[in-house]
Ligand binder design. Structure first.
Ligand code: OGA
Ligand code: NI
Length: 358
């Protein structure tokens, strides 16, 4: 029998098969040591980050939550959500150890052999709430993004214990549980400024009735300048709580087409307003475009928790926002329709929210 010689895969169909269908992800490609980026990942010029637009002197607010009862803290949170849509929190009460454990668990999951991860591809996964994949929406995208992910939709502790991958489920559940208090505090503070003084059961279901947590892996990329880790988008959540490692690469849209880096701060969490909160606040709080650069020398991970309305909730501007005669800027939409619209297309900046505009 002729010896098998490992030949580099260059054909576009082979690449898609290797990365998407076989469960190797872009991590598998990266580890083959390929010297140049395959065509499928080359983004059009306008989607690549041009360094001339980056504002190194700008920074999103950093808010110390240790005295969270202090009205000044509440004011900074609401101001940041109105003007930046993005901020970092420190002294937030989630133990550092819990954060470290979830980052370690992310490395453990992506360190599994492709055959093990493949079991969680959409077509194989034992649960529709567990999905391993690559890029954002490969069927809808012309150019793929340089990212692999494991996406976990939280239904209940029992369901998670039964269906989430065993190498990471305990750590992820612990992180979700430990972050509940700070999530509730942030939402309470943000609601007060909108004259929503109590988060009753109905509001709770609207604001935080479901949660999704993603483990993101951005492997070393041979030509980081030609592609993106994640393309321009805003999140469809109410709020996103993002844990990132020490590598960096997340950029937020600033004034006049500029981009602002979100520097890793040990122990901090990055908070951003999602489209659902922009809609419910009738535009007062803003979901801001962001993107992730690919990295040529280091592997990066991040772990966002998307705090979302329940899928069957109908979202629209809060009556409290319109009580004073303010005109509604958004119509009522079924949240699951909104999410379906988001995933049915490639990342396209702030365009998703147009779906709900009046
Ligand atoms: C996302 C996202 C940013 C990051 O998953 O929606 O924007 O730093 N991630 O990974
Ligand atoms: Ni995002």
């Amino acid at each position: 029998m002729a010896p098998t010689i490992a030949t580099p895969i260059t054909d576009s169909a082979d690449i898609a098969n290797f990365v998407i269908s076989k469960g190797n992800g872009v991590k598998g490609l990266s580890e083959m040591g390929l010297e140049c980026l395959p065509q499928r990942f080359i983004q059009p010029l306008e989607e690549r980050i041009s360094f001339s637009n980056i504002m190194p002197q700008e920074s999103i607010p950093i808010i110390d939550m240790s005295n969270w009862n202090d009205p000044k803290v509440a004011e900074s949170i609401c101001d940041a959500a109105e003007t930046w849509g993005f901020f970092q929190i420190i002294n937030h009460g989630v133990p550092i150890e819990v954060l470290e454990n979830v980052k370690d668990a992310t490395h453990l999951f992506f360190g599994l052999p492709a055959e093990d991860k493949k079991k969680f591809l959409k077509e194989n996964s034992p649960s529709k709430n567990v999905r391993f994949g690559t890029s954002f929406s490969p069927k809808a995208e012309k150019a793929l993004e340089w990212k692999d992910y494991l996406s976990l939709f939280y239904v209940s502790e029992d369901e998670a214990s039964a269906s989430w991958p065993s190498v990471c489920k305990d750590q992820v559940l612990e992180y979700m549980k430990s972050s509940e208090v700070v999530i509730k505090r942030l939402l309470e503070v943000l609601m007060k400024r909108l004259n929503v003084n109590e988060i009753d059961e109905m509001k709770e279901s609207l604001l935080m009735g479901s949660k999704r947590i993603n483990l993101n892996y951005y492997p070393i990329c041979p030509n980081p300048e030609l592609t993106v880790g994640v393309g321009r988008h805003s999140d469809v959540s109410t709020l996103t709580i993002l844990l990132q490692d020490e590598i960096g690469g997340l950029y937020v849209r600033g004034k006049n087409d500029s981009w602002i880096h979100v520097p890793p701060i040990s122990g901090s969490l990055v908070i951003n307003v999602g489209d659902a909160l922009q809609i419910m606040s009738n535009g007062r709080y803003k979901s801001i475009e962001h993107r992730v650069l690919a990295n040529g020398s280091q592997n990066r991970i991040s772990v966002p928790i998307f705090v979302n309305p329940k899928p069957y909730e109908i979202i629209g501007p809060f009556p409290e926002m319109l009580a004073g005669g303010e005109k509604a800027a958004y119509r009522q939409v079924l949240y699951s329709d909104y999410v379906k619209h988001f995933f049915g297309k490639a990342h396209d900046g702030k365009n998703t929210v147009e779906f709900a505009k009046i």
